[in-house]
Design a protein around this ligand. Structure first.
Ligand code: NAD
Length: 254
């Protein structure tokens, strides 16, 4: 895909999808800026190949805080001179509860990380990319950004917002050559899915129900998400902007 030497920021890099994407980009020769809440988690993932051999910068940041976002953007520019790709991926699932039982605290937290975090990443990366007249941003939405998910109202609302922000930002910078897209993974084999399953009264049944909604009858693997991010980041996607790509085993085709 020729992302060799591209400067790639990944938020939520210590998480399951972030890590898989960091490993894939490292294999492809990209220079990485790995962002997450705790540096020690990032240090842990860089102990192993292929990240061990990659050129990378680790930045501790809370994506909901504008000063932290400005800092990871500035550190990237100071270290590497430009930003080619932002994988705007940090996100949380929140608690499992019907809308009528959802607390304001849970709603605020999920919206803050999943919407404010993505918005701040977009805002500050776009300032650099628009000046460069180049760059690709990939926001992590979800199948929950297109359809509904019972018990996940806050998450569903947040991921719908990510798609709206993606389309709007894409149009605002389309003439500059900067591209903005979203990905919509369905259930991926991950800590996040374990947490959603365990938030129900019968985790085993919940897992079977999640799988049964996917025509391929299985969860996706983190690397299957990373492969789509790689395509959208690469110059092969040069005419792709304002789109959302489903990585869902056919879930949204139903
Ligand atoms: N796993 C799935 O099935 C699935 C499906 C659809 C979409 N997604 C989305 O994919 C993205 C990654 O999910 P994942 O499965 O890798 O989850 P994960 O929990 O393994 O990783 C998320 C990472 O984000 C980090 N993070 C959380 N809040 C943060 C903050 N305020 N500032 C900085 N970092 C923060 C966490 O520390 C964690 O490392 C999320 O946006 C999630 O909503 C996941």
């Amino acid at each position: 895909m020729n992302v060799s030497n591209k400067i790639v920021i990944i938020t939520g890099a210590a998480g399951v999808i972030g890590q898989a994407t960091a490993r894939l980009f490292a294999e492809e020769g990209a220079k990485l800026v790995l962002v997450d809440l705790f540096k020690k988690d990032l240090e842990q993932i860089t102990q192993k190949s292929p990240l061990q051999e990659a050129e990378y910068l680790l930045v501790e940041a809370d994506v909901t805080k504008e000063e932290d976002v400005e800092n990871y953007i500035q550190q990237t520019v100071d270290t590497f001179g430009r930003i080619d790709v932002l994988f705007n991926n940090a996100g949380i699932e929140g608690d499992v509860s019907d809308v009528k039982d959802t607390t304001v605290k849970n709603m605020s937290k999920v919206i803050n990380v999943n919407v404010m975090g993505v918005f701040l990443g977009l805002k500050h990366a776009l300032r650099v990319m628009v000046d460069q007249n180049s760059g690709s941003i990939i926001n992590t939405a979800s199948d929950a950004g297109i359809s509904s998910a019972v018990g996940l109202g806050a998450y569903v609302a947040s991921k719908h917002a990510v798609i709206g922000l993606t389309k709007t930002a894409a149009l605002e910078c389309a003439e500059t050559g900067v591209r903005v897209n979203a990905i919509c993974p369905a259930s991926i084999n991950s800590r996040l899915m374990r947490s959603l399953e365990e938030g129900t009264s019968d985790p085993e049944q919940a897992r079977e129900e999640y799988k049964s909604k996917i025509p391929m009858k299985r969860y996706g693997e983190p690397n299957e998400v990373a492969q789509v991010v790689l395509f959208l980041a690469s110059d092969r996607a040069s005419f792709v902007t304002g789109s959302h790509y489903n990585v869902d085993g056919g879930r949204l085709a139903k």
